[in-house]
Ligand binder design. Structure first.
Ligand code: GLA
Length: 385
């Protein structure tokens, strides 16, 4: 794929690139939407993602080309890089130039960039965070500017919040940037402290199941959910003191819940508080090698996302219940939901059989086939050569 990306660059720009980079997608193991309320998340970076080949230019022009979408050169100028609907995917890259400049970084010249990846778009595996962090890493490295990964992650989130207009949390950009082989990352999205933890992948396999129902965060109800959570927080803060919703225990929350008048706002907040507890429980279960308990947390997370946060939908619920029916030990949607991917843990050696059974039944119920990826966990965004 790297070689293909370099060849693509040569074909498109008729010159050799100077450097190459890679940025992964991510899968979230548990802790869904908790990053909207200062909670805990447990994502991991994947070995699939996006490759980039780059050549600095002498002028202020930046040219973008993707081997996956559009397949035409998108040209922009460092002095004026507005969000343009027509630029589609390239807006995620343009936004990084804009936020880095706002941060005070001087970008003296443009670049020719070619991106090419093996991460499905709009599948909930963070294709947007993947290319945001990638672009940030490229700009900083090519200009020889030292900036901590934490700052880069915050800027990538700002790009998505302010330039693209999706009020996402920090999980995706963090996971993409901080990934480690065979490892998940427990992140406290309030303090930004984090710990690496291994998953029992010697005994179990982690499979990603793409429902092939596409969605984009911009189209999804992401911002609506964020507003509903804010309403619950506002109501609760009239009767109880807390710095961030996920710091309330489930008991504290339930004792004060009557102050939340809007039923949806209550259900969204209930999911966040209970999900935060599930992340803690799942993490402890992993440390204690109590894997059944860990899988229960995974299953209960899906139920809560379905009934309380209401972000699953027909395809995700179908694939998760088929996974359980055919022998998955734990299964849940992953990412923002409304389509995209789910994950399942299965006993080593049983994956092929379970996948086949799900495939057949899912296709007959939903009308089209799902896609499976064996989730290999890899390193974060980096320069390759
Ligand atoms: C998207 C957002 C993340 C997170 C998840 C849901 O992927 O970008 O910040 O909120 O949804 O857990």
């Amino acid at each position: 794929m790297l070689k293909e990306t370099v060849n693509l660059f040569k074909n498109v720009y008729q010159i050799n690139p100077k450097s190459t980079y890679f940025s992964p997608g991510r899968v979230n193991i548990i802790g869904e939407y908790t990053d909207l309320a200062g909670g805990l998340v447990l994502p991991a970076a994947l070995t699939i993602g996006a490759y980039a080949a780059v050549l600095p230019r002498k002028d202020k022009i930046v040219r973008f080309y993707s081997g996956n979408v559009g397949k035409s050169i998108i040209t922009s100028n460092l002095d004026n890089m507005p969000f343009l609907e027509a630029d589609g995917w390239a807006n995620y890259l343009k936004g990084m130039f804009v936020v880095l400049k706002e941060y005070g970084i001087h970008i003296p010249h443009g670049f020719d960039i070619c991106i090419n990846g093996n991460l499905p778009n709009g599948a909930g595996l963070s294709s947007s965070a993947c290319i945001e962090v990638l672009m940030g890493k490229i700009i900083l490295t090519e200009l020889g500017i030292e900036l901590s990964n934490i700052e880069l992650v915050k800027l990538a989130q700002k790009c998505e919040n302010q330039y693209v207009g999706v009020n996402c949390g920090i999980m995706d950009q963090f996971a993409v940037c901080f990934g480690k082989e065979n490892t998940a990352i427990m992140i406290d999205t309030n303090s930004l402290e984090y710990n690496y933890t291994t998953l029992p992948l010697d005994k179990y396999e982690l499979i990603i199941m793409n429902t092939n129902k596409r969605r984009s965060l911009q189209e999804s109800k992401y911002n609506v959910r964020k507003a509903e959570v804010a309403e619950a927080v506002e109501n609760l803060s009239t009767v109880i003191n807390f710095d961030t919703l996920c710091h309330l225990t489930l008991d504290e929350f339930l004792q004060n819940k009557d102050v939340i008048k809007n039923k949806n706002a209550y259900k969204r907040a209930l999911h966040l508080v209970s999900e935060n507890k599930r992340v803690k429980d799942a993490y402890k279960a992993l440390q204690g090698e109590r894997f059944e308990e860990f899988f229960d947390c995974i299953d209960n997370s899906h139920t809560s996302l379905k009934n309380d946060f209401e972000v699953t939908g027909f395809e995700l619920d179908t694939i998760v219940s088929l996974a359980k029916k055919h022998g998955a030990l734990g299964a849940r949607m992953t990412g923002a939901g409304f389509g995209g991917c789910a994950i399942m843990f299965v006993k080593k050696g049983t994956a092929e059989d379970i996948k086949e059974k799900i495939r057949v039944e899912y296709e007959s119920i939903v009308g089209y086939a799902p896609t499976f990826y064996d989730a290999l966990l890899g390193e974060g965004t980096r320069k390759l050569s």
